[in-house]
Write a protein that binds this ligand. Structure first.
Ligand SMILES: Nc1nc2c(c(=O)[nH]1)N[C@H]1C(S)=C(S)[C@@H](COP(=O)(O)OP(=O)(O)OC[C@H]3O[C@@H](n4cnc5c(=O)[nH]c(N)nc54)[C@H](O)[C@@H]3O)O[C@H]1N2
Ligand SMILES: Nc1nc2c(c(=O)[nH]1)N[C@H]1C(S)=C(S)[C@@H](COP(=O)(O)OP(=O)(O)OC[C@H]3O[C@@H](n4cnc5c(=O)[nH]c(N)nc54)[C@H](O)[C@@H]3O)O[C@H]1N2
Ligand code: SF4
Ligand SMILES: [Mo]
Length: 688
């Protein structure tokens, strides 16, 4: 057997531990708390990613508009990119060039990409796909707790909760080994409540399933708090000593009496009462949100409503209790801390904060005044490409927006309107195929770096195999471009050196990594941020004694249900919601290339209730035409009585005719700028 390397899965935020051998065999690790010897089907088949048949191994360039992508040398590709950037910025200013990153990038890459945008390109126009992921929970946590870090403690604490309320998360499919922690919690007598418009694999394991209309979670959470008030479950001493703002919340929540909330959400009053009884009598309860509750044009306020509920019940501040967001991408947590967000500098600092600018500029060796200000959020950035006053070029690392962005047909047009699209990827994704220059990169097991998982634990991803000839790492690409652009600062290609700089840049920030070293991660099985000094133990449970707000208290904020940005009407009488299936990951760029995964989940589908199908004349397995104000998608019907009859569901992993994002609404949350992936109005009819 070739040498085996302990590392972590290339996919989701659980970052399951695995070992990988040189001959491509994966085995789960039992020394990693997140998975304790478990893996899902994607993890088990992860080594296949290293040998996909259409792996990119040479740069490609489109020499004439509309012409083919042709192989070229690295020098030709990098020289061409540099010359075009110079010309476009010379003609239109620094913001003519944009950067789009991803939450799958290691901390080192995310950091270096943000720095590259600000001091090599001097552009404000950088954002990333995490905006489409946890940005609503991040914003809500930041304003309530003064900090945004996935779970409030180690994942093993989950087993200690008497009750778990999971709003809009289907972890049985999206993070299967997570269910081990819930199984342990149930063995200890705990209970699970799931809020989901579908009776999912996760909901089937719940003691109580609340099945609301998509887009009504805020009303539901306010309704639960109303009942907690009227039935005497508030933790008054906790509210008085550890929070502020409850009086205003009480006034608003008074208006969410149970019968009204039942009308808005479709959840029977008896179910709400049962949920509140379970939560109110628990000593430790965890209120968790995931994308189902968050990906809405009122996602921030919805998460706030759940946080209000957790605070009013006195939950945060004990192990196995409190509020948490289930983060998504492999480095969904770290990817949002180091500066690839439009409004951010490393250490989770704000780019419009003068002290933050001074600190980071010093680490980078530049004048603070030379740093650009905040740029456009992900969808706004994509929507501005190639327009008057919008960017003319974009460099993209780690995302496939042709499949994953909302209102995707329009986004595809915007990408095509660019003078220059550069995509770094290891497979020819749907977005890479539209690029003027494609740069072939190394992937997870071919390079090293750090990832921050859903617990806020910083982990090491280790190189297990050499990259194929001809490919470069993202750090090598960024460094080569920065040097060609004569950028100030250091552009190391060594992840450890970049991590050293990241530590310094994050020092004193909210997400302080300055005490974390590769050696400590190795020795301690990961380190939880904040960790401000090498002799600091790290912070597994940040909210035990106080909250990191100026006054140490958590803030409750009154929030009101506004309803979906696009409600149903006579032309579009149904709600569409979207999400995931176990065997496919995100835009599918990776998992659609793995044979066993494609065998398990070969194609898109439209999940609908048999009563609805009968009314619409649709048979199980027959093609359905789903129409919204943005476009039309066609996929096979999958009839099941586990979904509400007013709602249809599509997974978003596929391009082409069955692309769910042809239909979705790009209405944005005013604070997080999260698009409304989880609800829009559609009609259905038999296709053809
Ligand atoms: N297999 C697989 N696993 C993954 C991923 C993947 O693509 N595939 N992606 C990873 C990433 S990046 C992420 S972000 C996570 C996402 O993890 P999850 O949030 O668990 O995944 P989703 O399927 O997007 O949404 C969860 C549930 O929300 C429900 N939902 C839809 N609308 C609403 C609503 O209005 N209210 C409520 N309460 N629920 C609603 C859906 O029915 C769905 O079952 O998964 C990670 N893990
Ligand atoms: N309708 C609908 N749409 C959604 C969602 C939904 O629930 N419904 N969820 C949203 C969410 S939560 C997310 S996170 C997004 C994700 O959607 P995308 O941003 O499209 O995510 P991926 O499919 O993971 O794309 C990652 C791409 O980068 C490549 N890649 C992976 N790692 C690296 C790396 O280290 N370097 C480089 N250079 N490339 C790399 C992969 O091969 C792939 O092509 O989708 C969003 N879109
Ligand atoms: S749950 Fe996530 S991290 Fe674990 S094996 Fe599956 S995809 Fe990988
Ligand atoms: Mo995500």
């Amino acid at each position: 057997m070739a040498g085996s390397t302990p590392t972590h899965c290339p996919y989701c935020a659980l970052q399951c531990g695995m070992t990988l051998t040189g001959d491509g065999v994966v085995a789960p690790r039992d020394d990693v708390p997140a998975n304790q010897g478990g893996l899902c089907q994607k993890g088990w088949s992860a080594a296949s990613l290293l040998t996909v048949p259409d792996r990119l191994t040479t740069p490609l360039v489109r020499r004439a508009p509309g012409g083919p992508q042709e192989p070229c040398t690295w020098d030709e590709a990098l020289d061409l990119i540099t010359a075009r950037i110079r010309a476009l910025q010379g003609a239109h200013g620094p913001d003519a060039v944009a950067v789009f990153g991803g939450g799958g990038l290691t901390n080192e890459k995310a950091y270096q990409l943000g720095k590259f945008a600000r001091i090599a390109l001097r552009t404000s126009q950088i954002d990333y796909n995490g905006r489409f992921c946890m940005s609503s929970a991040a914003a809500a946590s930041g304003r309530a707790f003064g900090m945004d870090r996935g779970l409030p403690g180690p994942i093993t604490d989950v087993a200690e909760a008497d009750v778990i309320l999971m709003a809009g998360g289907n972890v049985a499919e999206t993070m299967p080994p997570f269910m081990r922690h819930i199984a342990r919690q149930k063995e200890a007598g705990g209970a699970l409540i799931v809020i989901d418009p579908r009776r999912t694999a996760t909901a089937r394991q719940a003691d109580l399933h609340l099945q609301p209309t998509p887009g009504t979670d805020l009303a539901l959470a306010n309704g639960l708090l109303h009942l907690a008030m009227t039935e005497g479950y508030l933790d008054e001493p906790y509210i008085a000593s550890r929070t502020s703002g409850f009086a205003e919340v009480r006034t608003v929540v008074n208006g969410y009496w149970p019968e009204r909330v039942e009308r808005v959400t479709g959840v029977p009053v008896a179910h709400m009462r049962e949920a509140v009884r379970m939560l109110g009598t628990a000593r430790r309860a965890l209120v968790l949100t995931a994308r189902g509750a968050e990906q809405h044009a009122q996602g921030v306020d919805t998460v706030t409503a759940f946080i209000n509920l957790a605070l009013a019940l006195g939950l945060p501040g004990r192990p196995g209790s409190g509020y948490g967001c289930i983060t998504g991408q492999g480095n969904g947590q770290g990817g949002r801390e180091h500066g690839q967000k439009a409004d951010q500098l490393p250490g989770y600092r704000r780019i419009d904060d003068p002290a933050a600018r001074t600190h980071v500029a010093k680490v980078w060796g530049v004048d603070p005044d030379a740093l650009p200000g905040p740029g456009r959020s992900a969808y706004e950035l994509l929507d501005a490409l190639g327009t008057d006053g919008g960017p003319k070029a974009m460099l993209l690392f780690g995302s496939n927006p042709v499949v994953s962005a909302p209102n995707a047909a329009s986004v595809q047009d915007r990408l095509d309107a660019l003078d220059l699209l550069v995509v770094a990827d290891f497979v020819p994704s749907e977005t890479a195929r539209r690029a003027d220059v494609v740069l072939p990169t190394a992937q997870w097991a071919e390079e090293s770096g750090t990832m921050t998982n859903l617990e806020g634990r910083v982990l090491r991803r280790r190189r297990a195999v050499p990259p194929p000839d001809g490919v470069r790492t993202d750090l090598e690409i960024i460094s080569a471009l920065a040097n060609r652009l004569a950028a100030p600062g250091d552009w190391s290609t060594d992840p450890r050196a970049v991590f050293g700089e990241l530590r310094a840049a994050s020092a004193g920030g909210v997400a302080d990594y300055s005490g974390i070293t590769y050696e400590r991660i190795e020795a301690e099985g990961g380190v939880f941020w904040p960790c401000p000094a090498e002799d600091h133990p790290g912070t597994p449970r940040p909210y035990l004694d106080r909250f990191p707000t100026p006054d140490g208290r958590a803030r409750l904020l009154p929030v009101e249900q506004r309803g979906p940005a696009e409600d149903v009407d006579a032309d579009y009488p149904l709600y569409l919601t979207t999400g995931r299936v176990l065997a496919q990951y995100q835009s599918g760029a990776q998992t659609r290339r793995v044979r066993e995964l494609t065998a398990a989940a070969p194609e898109p589908f439209v999940e609908m209730h048999p009563d609805l199908a009968e009314r619409a004349g649709i048979e199980d397995g027959a093609p359905v035409r789903v129409a919204s104000r943005r476009g039309i998608a066609v996929a096979k019907a999958r009839l099941t009585d586990t979904i509400r009859a007013d709602t249809v569901f599509m997974p978003f992993h596929w391009p082409g005719a069955g692309r769910a994002n042809t239909l979705t609404n790009a209405a944005l949350d005013p604070t997080s700028r999260m698009p409304e992936f989880k609800v829009c109005a559609v009609s259905v009819a038999p296709a053809g």
